[in-house]
Design a protein around this ligand. Structure first.
Ligand code: PNS
Length: 178
């Protein structure tokens, strides 16, 4: 974890699991980059969710999608998000808000984070309409079951998901019991 940056630059942290990054995430990152000098995409490392991709793989996929985009940094974090944001010198946490279904959970987190660190503000951004109903979880499920996920994730992520699930289906790759 680094604490680099120009003093006074407006920095936002955009946290999440990103397992994997979707076009909804890309949309929020693009909006964040229009509002802030720098956006740090912070990939949660210590997960109990048994992610499909390791933190290093998730970071690499995001970096590959954005290819050294100015103003964008991809990092990992664990522990409290507000502590990470404070250590990075960010005054704002950006979150995507897709629908009313997100609101209850997200508002709880935002208020808890405010209680923990009142100086850090949570800013909710709405993605473009086509991404209002998508999530990494649904996209993985659809892809695993052979459905079409084109347009919901960047092409390189689609390719990676197809290959990951194809490998899992391939009997040669299945675990052997002797
Ligand atoms: O993409 P996700 O899984 O919805 O992201 C959830 C995330 C990483 C934003 C959330 O789990 C989080 O902030 N985790 C860090 C631990 C923390 O600070 N917990 C207290 C939140 S009030």
């Amino acid at each position: 974890m680094s604490t680099s940056g120009t003093p006074g630059a407006r920095l936002a942290v955009y946290p999440g699991s990103f397992d994997p990054i979707t076009n909804g995430h890309v949309d929020i990152i693009e909006r964040g980059l229009r509002l802030f000098d720098r956006v740090v995409v912070a990939v949660l490392r210590n997960e109990t969710k048994a992610p499909l991709f390791s933190a290093a793989e998730r970071v690499q996929l995001i970096r590959d999608v954005f290819r050294d985009r100015p103003g964008l940094e991809v990092d990992t974090f664990d522990g409290l998000l507000v502590d990470y944001a404070a250590a990075r010198g960010a005054a704002v946490i950006v979150k995507g808000l897709r629908s009313i279904a997100d609101y209850e959970y997200e508002s709880q987190m935002a208020l808890m984070n405010r209680r923990l660190r009142p100086a850090i503000e949570t800013m909710f951004l709405m993605p473009a309409e086509p991404y209002a109903y998508t999530s990494s979880r649904l996209i993985k499920e659809v892809c695993r079951l052979g459905g079409d996920i084109r347009g919901l994730v960047p092409p390189l992520v689609e390719d990676r998901l197809q290959r990951t699930f194809a490998a899992a289906r391939d009997p040669l790759n299945a675990p052997r019991h002797v």
